[in-house]
Design a protein around this ligand. Sequence first.
Ligand SMILES: Cc1ncc(C[n+]2csc(CCOP(=O)(O)OP(=O)(O)O)c2C)c(N)n1
Ligand code: SF4
Ligand SMILES: [Mg+2]
Length: 347
Amino acid sequence: MATTTSTPGPKTNRIGLAVIDYKGGRTTLCAGCGHNAISERIIDAMFEMGVPPERVAKLSGIGCSSKSPAYFMGRSHSFNAVHGRMPSVATGAMLANRNLLALGVSGDGDTASIGVGQFVHLMRRNLPIIYIIDDNGVYGLTKGQFSATADLGSKLKTGVINDLPPIDTCAMAITLGATFVGRSFSGDKKQLHSMMKAAIAHRGTVMLDIVSPCVTFNDHEGSTKSYKYMKDHDEPLQEISFVPAFEEIDVEYDPGTSIEVTMHDGSKLRLRKLEEDYDPTDRIKAITRLHEAHEKGEALTGVFYVNTKAPNFIEMLNMTDEPLATLPESVVRPGREVLEQVMEELR
Ligand SMILES: Cc1ncc(C[n+]2csc(CCOP(=O)(O)OP(=O)(O)O)c2C)c(N)n1
Ligand code: SF4
Ligand SMILES: [Mg+2]
């Protein structure tokens, strides 16, 4: 008797899409560049969370990191802004269409050097956005000069030593008002994957600084953003796991050794404490711990701060439920009588 064999189709997520639906163009970045690994984690997280690609607005500035949105989620909206000016474009996009999921990808130069003015104002608004810094400590695209996140004493290939202190973008973001702040390493697949999924469930400013080695200009002995340095010095604060609301798996956890945070959509972020008294909901302690890490020369990673209670920018502005972008013209363009009435009130 003849038997028929059927080949299994690709695995699909809860909205019926396969992982290929979350891919983008072929990367032109150097082989081994940390930014490629970050793009992979974005693809996995968006696929597993079942985010419709058409809901995502990818926003970036200029740099190798800012080019990377071309290499994932090709079906999503995308805007490559001017160097360091992505935050204002992202803010405009979200105010025009609050239903979008904004995903900003920037570099350490794009954010902490030329873009620091826009970055600080984005962080204080709690705009719903996932803001990722692919942090390699150098301007990769322009051949490896130090950026403002380069550590004091870090050495370039040419032997030049950085004699300026770094800007800690995480400490800065927490101080200014971002409500989900963490640091990870592009080589730590597990940690980054869970952090990325939790970021998708958050409705406020997520700021993730991801150490992402530049294999061409900053991966040598003497660099503090190399694969080797991070593998030897990475000190995770917690073991991170994430349970999406739609999975409803309730694994036991011990509140003595773990902290559970309920995200806006009901998902659970579970942080198994590796540092006994660390509480990621305590803003002041989070900032103090980051400053302490600098004093001690630690490469601390983990979720440093999370606050699911603060209103986001869209709520603060009392925006209409229907996005401005899809409101009919009769609503967004008041007629002559309304204008006359306003003028009358001003007389
Ligand atoms: C207004 C402006 N100034 C300078 C440049 C040159 N420039 C392009 S990318 C870049 C730095 C990129 O560094 P980073 O954001 O860290 O990205 P990476 O390439 O390291 O991923 C600079 C200075 C530019 N394109 N525009
Ligand atoms: S130059 Fe550096 S940052 Fe740019 S693609 Fe190559 S490895 Fe990545
Ligand atoms: Mg860089």
